[in-house]
Design a protein around this ligand. Structure first.
Ligand code: CAA
Length: 385
């Protein structure tokens, strides 16, 4: 049975910082951000958006009433959870109006969470082929003002509808995964921002890719030449490129050129958004599908997922006939074009705004489809415009 992605979309907040402005404000050469890190714009989330609203805003665009009746599970992959007990998926389930006899829960393993969710969804559909699973990857990637990770921040969500006989791509049964207990990026429960060992995280990311890729070759016999494109988790766009470059010498020149060209297409959206943590790999996939003119039904794409801490996975997806008709290319590009650029002082003010804590109350007004309306008695209330 073919199982995979039937619908796919993303949502990013309508505010961004230009990386040249950020570089000037941080007394840094703009080329370090644009070329050295590979980022042009960075999405900034207002206080009225959290993982629930980002996720609901991403999913609302793709779900029909029929989908909502047929979804049995809502799984949110995130590392920006604001509650240790109640899952954001429960609130998203209600906001989207999904039928009540569904499972809703959150999955965590840094930026790997959504891949775990996707594979779990695939397994569920194998046993329930007439049903559907909604996978959401939603995160606020924040390192703090003036921090080393500041130019690699971002925010947004991906929504993925997993079904049998999918209309975009099938997920192959070839996953290779790896777990290594390290501290390259982590966030203790008391910390507002993650702790990160930047050089170790870069090194572990590349080594993990090498390990799962080599094992994948051993197990499946496939080589780089078998792929039309490779997509990577993109904490910043230079990162995936470094991983790709680390293996390119294994193959012929034509394959090298093809994979590098497709990589550039896969990072176009991320260059203008920044890190989505769990969603980054899938924003890369959407960018590739939306932009590339070189892919077609049957094209094979390898996906490398990396979550610090660290868990990684390499797996293959294959495009199906008619996939282009399922893409919301213009809507995606409009979403990115219609954002407002923030001056650095505005960004710093928005970044430091926080929702009330310890029983304090506040109300908010935002015109976005789903947003936080108020916080009262330690509960977030959401509204739909
Ligand atoms: N012009 C062009 N390039 C320049 C330059 C200039 N003027 N100045 C510097 N550069 C280049 C450097 O040569 C370097 O390139 P290479 O990596 O190819 O050598 C690049 O810009 C970055 O420079 P530094 O290494 O000096 O930058 P930094 O010390 O500020 O750290 C960072 C960069 C490690 C990415 C940091 O921003 C960070 O810690 N980010 C968060 C952690 C992260 O994203 N890690 C990625 C792997 S972990 C993961 O993937 C999970 C996740 O989502 C977090």
């Amino acid at each position: 049975m073919n199982i995979g992605i039937d619908k796919l979309s993303f949502y990013v907040p309508n505010l961004y910082v230009d990386m040249t402005d950020l570089a000037h404000a941080r007394d840094t050469d703009p080329n370090k951000f644009h070329i050295g890190i590979g980022q042009d714009k960075m999405a900034v989330s207002p206080v009225t958006q959290d993982i629930v609203t980002l996720g609901a805003n991403a999913a609302a665009k793709i779900l029909s009433d029929k989908d909502k009746e047929e979804i049995d599970m809502v799984i949110v992959g995130t590392e920006s959870s604001y509650d240790f007990s109640k899952a954001s998926a429960v609130a998203i389930h209600r906001l989207l109006g999904i039928q009540p006899f569904a499972r809703s829960f959150e999955i965590k393993e840094a930026c790997y969470g959504a891949t775990a969710a996707l594979q779990m969804a695939k397994n569920y559909i194998a046993e329930h082929p007439t049903r559907k699973v909604l996978v959401i990857a939603a995160d606020l990637a924040r390192y703090g003002l003036n921090s080393g990770g500041e130019p690699t921040q971002g925010a947004g969500a991906i929504a993925i509808l997993v079904t049998s006989d999918p209309r975009i791509l099938t997920i192959e049964n070839d996953s290779v995964f790896l777990t290594e207990d390290i501290y390259d990026f982590w966030r203790p429960s008391y910390a507002d921002f993650p702790l990160v060992d930047g050089p170790l995280s870069n090194e572990t990311y590349i080594q993990s890719f090498g390990k799962v890729w080599n094992r994948h070759k051993e197990v499946t016999g496939q080589t780089l030449a078998d792929y039309d494109a490779l997509c990577f988790h993109i904490p910043y766009t230079k990162m995936g490129k470094k991983a790709l470059l680390s293996v390119l010498s294994e193959t012929d020149e034509a394959t090298q050129e093809r994979l590098m060209n497709r990589y550039e297409e896969s990072i176009t959206y991320s260059r203008n958004v920044g890190n989505l943590y769990t969603g980054s790999l899938f924003l890369g996939l959407i960018s590739l599908l939306d932009i590339s003119k070189e892919l077609d039904a049957g094209s094979t794409i390898g996906l490398f997922s990396y979550g610090s801490g660290a868990v990684s996975e390499f797996f293959t997806v294959r495009l199906v006939e008619g996939y282009k008709e399922q893409l919301a290319v213009q809507e995606h590009q409009k979403l990115l074009e219609n954002r407002r650029k923030l001056a650095i002082d505005e960004y710093e003010e928005i970044f430091t705004q926080a929702l009330p804590k310890h029983g304090e109350a506040a109300t908010f007004d935002d015109e976005i489809l789903f947003s936080i309306e108020k916080v009262e008695n330690d509960i977030r209330f959401y509204k739909e415009n």
